[in-house]
Design a protein around this ligand. Sequence first.
Ligand code: GLN
Length: 194
Amino acid sequence: MKIGVLASQGAFAEHIAKLQQLGVEAVPVRLPGELAGLDGLVIPGGESTSISKLMRHYHLTGEIKDLAKNGLPVLGTCAGMILLGRRENGADPETLELMDFTVRRNAFGRQTDSFETELAVPALGEKPFPAVFIRAPLIEEVNGGLEILARLADGTIVAARQGNLVALAFHPELTDDLRCHRYFLDIVAEYRKK
Ligand code: GLN
């Protein structure tokens, strides 16, 4: 199993390390040729406008969209989640528009810029997930076939799945808990069987 981690900008090294801990081959992706032969792709957190611009500059945007539309599993975390959602009225960043939601960027305001919380994510089992939020977005408007994976206590959506695409507002690569990555790899394993 070979997983690519988009390495244009942001927390890609941490994702690669987690995936390697789980025993899979994980490679950085900066150029379109590096997308060949992948079984899954991770789009990390960072700065979504920068990642979006770099993706376009290196001709990755169209390629990633096509692969995902053909079923390639993609995990987007934080800025990566923003890039999976719909774009709002031509606003920045230009997203991949693969998942049926819009986001509110930097949704938690200054006081709670970053925080960690024990998040209930039923798909990962009973034990809550130590979710680290850093200038995080939240999922605002949801349409269609989106499966909600987690909400904060106030009801805001912070994790969702649509087909083989998974969006997380938090940073699973910054904790020791590997369950989010394992959850994604299970989707990849199913996809490889087909
Ligand atoms: N605030 C960033 C953005 O809007 C995302 C933050 C992150 O990925 N930790 O792009």
